[in-house]
Design a binder for this molecule. Structure first.
Ligand SMILES: [Zn+2]
Length: 202
C-alpha cells in the first residue's frame, strides 16, 4: 500500500531521530523519474563520515520490512549540511573488491592494524583507552604517519567498510583476523561478563 510522502517522512523521523536528533528529512518526486521518491537525509554528524557510512547507519535504523514495503524504489541522498547530491561520492564496489587484497597487504605491511589495536586496546591494561566515535578519527593519523596520503583514504576506508569496518573499532572486530580488542571481547563473553564497549569508553 502506498503511503504519502508526509507519512513516510514522519515514519522515518520516528526511526532515525533517537540516534540522530538533529536530522532533517525531506521526500519529493525524484527529478529523473517522478514515479520514484527522492529522500534527502541531512545531519551535522554526517560531515565526518563518508556517504557509504551514512547510508549504512541509516539503513540499520529502519526496519527491514518497512524498507521492503515503502522504500524499495526510493533514491536516498545522505547529506552533510551545505552539501548537494552532486557532492556525494559512492564507491564502485567492483573496483573496491578488485583492489582489496593489495590494500590489505599495504595495511599489513605498514602494521596499521597493530597500531590501531594499540590505541583502542592498549597492551598495558592500566593505560588510558580512547573511545570509538563511530568514524575513522583514530585510523586517519595512524595512516598519515605510515605514509598513506589523504588521496588514498577513500580507497582504503571503502575496502575496510566492505569488510564490515564502518568505524575504528569495527575495523578491528570485522576486518582483522586477530587482535587484542577482539580477543578481549570473546574472553569477556565466554566468562559471562559484558564486553568492553568502545562506543561508550571506559
Ligand atoms: Zn566503533
Amino acid at each position: 500500500m502506498a503511503i504519502s510522502a508526509e507519512q513516510l517522512v514522519a515514519d522515518l523521523k520516528g526511526f532515525i531521530t533517537p540516534s540522530y536528533p538533529k536530522i532533517d528529512i525531506r521526500a519529493t518526486p525524484w527529478e529523473h523519474d517522478p514515479n520514484r521518491l527522492a529522500i534527502f537525509f541531512t545531519d551535522p554528524q554526517f560531515s565526518l563520515i563518508y556517504p557509504y557510512q551514512r547510508w549504512h547507519y541509516l539503513t540499520h535504523l529502519i526496519p527491514v520490512d518497512y524498507q521492503k514495503e515503502h522504500l524499495e524504489t526510493s533514491v536516498w541522498f545522505e547529506l552533510a549540511p551545505g552539501e548537494i547530491p552532486a557532492d556525494l561520492r559512492y564507491p564502485d564496489e567492483e573496483l573496491i573488491q578488485s583492489i582489496t587484497p593489495d590494500v590489505i597487504r599495504c595495511l599489513n605491511g605498514a602494521r596499521f592494524f597493530e597500531s590501531l589495536d594499540d590505541v583502542l586496546c592498549p597492551q598495558t591494561p592500566d593505560a588510558e583507552r580512547v573511545r570509538c566515535w563511530g568514524d575513522f578519527r583514530h585510523s586517519r593519523p595512524i595512516l598519515l604517519g605510515r605514509g598513506f596520503t589523504e588521496g588514498e583514504f577513500f580507497d582504503v576506508f571503502h575496502v575496510l567498510m566492505m569488510q564490515g569496518g564502518f568505524c575504528d573499532c569495527e575495523i578491528l572486530y570485522n576486518a582483522v583476523e586477530e587482535c587484542r580488542l577482539k580477543a578481549e571481547y570473546w574472553i569477556a563473553r565466554s566468562e559471562g561478563r559484558d564486553p568492553f564497549d568502545p562506543h561508550r569508553g571506559a
